[in-house]
Design a binder for this molecule. Structure first.
Ligand code: ZN
Length: 89
């Protein structure tokens, strides 16, 4: 019997629920300790955390620049040219 708190108390699913609060620094100290302990024993959750961080970063970049990427001129020409060649029904 043991009442010590460690990462094995949490399932990976629970860890996933904690990720957002953890990155926002909103996780209470006790939960954060459990979370970090789980990361030490579970490479899959480390991978998930890193993927999540990368996604958040990409999302912020997208918000900072709302304009869609420009369509290359030659691609537009190619599409227009291809349309003209389509057989009529
Ligand atoms: Zn895990």
């Amino acid at each position: 019997m043991s009442d010590r708190i460690d990462g094995t108390e949490l399932t990976c699913r629970e860890i996933c629920d904690f990720v957002m609060a953890y990155l926002d620094g909103e996780l209470p100290e006790r939960e954060r300790a459990v979370f970090e302990t789980h990361l030490q024993i579970c490479p899959e959750c480390v991978c998930y955390l890193q993927t999540y961080q990368a996604t958040v970063r990409l999302g912020k970049d997208a918000c900072a620049d709302p304009s869609p990427p420009p369509v290359p001129e030659h691609l537009v020409s190619a599409i227009l040219a291809a349309r003209k060649k389509l057989p009529r029904c």
